[in-house]
Write a new protein. Structure first.
Length: 256
């Protein structure tokens, strides 16, 4: 298996702004950088990429409070059929289309399986469910919601969440995201327990040395569903990666 390289500059820096940054600079960093910082990647990940900051902090622990949505709609109770760290892609995987033709993977059986307060929600309590939840959280702002609205819903309550919301843009730019050449390619599960999954979302990215960009994220189980656990500084991780073919599971169901 090819070795994944961890990137702390360049693509990584751009990505750091994630949802908070703008997707303009595709050349400097990635995800949409994710591409953000450097070139204003898109707010796609604004929150997801770590902003360059000496005080990177540690992962914030979510506050276990029951949301109004959970109380009104009850638990998701999505059936888990595959709890492996190398799960098979479900046969019902399809692609949802958002603004400017941006697409991302969804599954009727693994998630999202329900709408809560207007947001796609309710994912299986499994590594695959966490990966689909993370992807949905990132792309939701390219549907009908703004980056700030998406972050508020999909990030677990914590000190870091407040920082993410403080810098979240009200509008995202799907055209910049699309022109960056970044598209969901797959994912890898780095570690997992029943309540926490560390994963890397992988995107095709022509400007990187391997043709891919990896965005590490941590998902935590809160109120019956997966939420993003950000660092105390509001970022999703301290560095991005440049995975190679063979390092991740493709959304098409085959090894890259």
């Amino acid at each position: 298996m090819a070795q994944r390289n961890r990137t702390t500059k360049g693509i990584g820096d751009t990505v750091k702004r994630g949802w908070n940054s703008k997707p303009a600079a595709i050349s400097a960093i990635v995800i949409v950088a994710l591409v953000v910082i450097v070139v204003l990647f898109s707010t796609l990940l604004g929150v997801f990429a770590p902003a360059k900051n000496n005080d990177q902090g540690s992962a914030s622990e979510p506050t276990p409070t029951q949301s109004a949505a959970a109380a009104a709609d009850g638990p998701c109770n999505v059936k888990v059929t595959d709890s492996s760290s190398t799960p098979r892609i479900p046969s019902d995987l399809t692609w949802k289309t958002g603004q400017e033709g941006l697409t991302w993977p969804v599954s009727k059986s693994v998630g999202p399986t329900k709408t809560v307060d207007g947001f796609d929600a309710c994912f299986a309590r499994s590594p695959l469910g966490a990966a689909l939840a993370a992807t949905t959280a990132i792309y939701d702002q390219y549907g009908t919601h703004s980056a700030a609205e998406s972050l508020d819903f999909y990030i677990a309550d914590s000190t870091g969440k407040e920082k993410s919301l403080a810098v979240a843009p009200q509008q995202s730019d799907p055209e910049q995201m699309r022109s960056s050449g970044m598209n969901p390619a797959g994912f890898s599960i780095d570690a997992f327990t029943k309540n926490r999954v560390e994963l890397t979302l992988v995107y095709s990215y022509p400007a990187s040395s391997t043709g891919y960009y990896g965005m590490p994220m941590t998902m935590t189980w809160v109120d019956g569903d997966w939420k993003i656990a950000v660092l105390d500084n509001g970022a999703t991780s301290n560095a991005g990666t440049t995975p190679s073919d063979g390092d991740f599971i493709r959304w098409t169901g085959t090894k890259s």
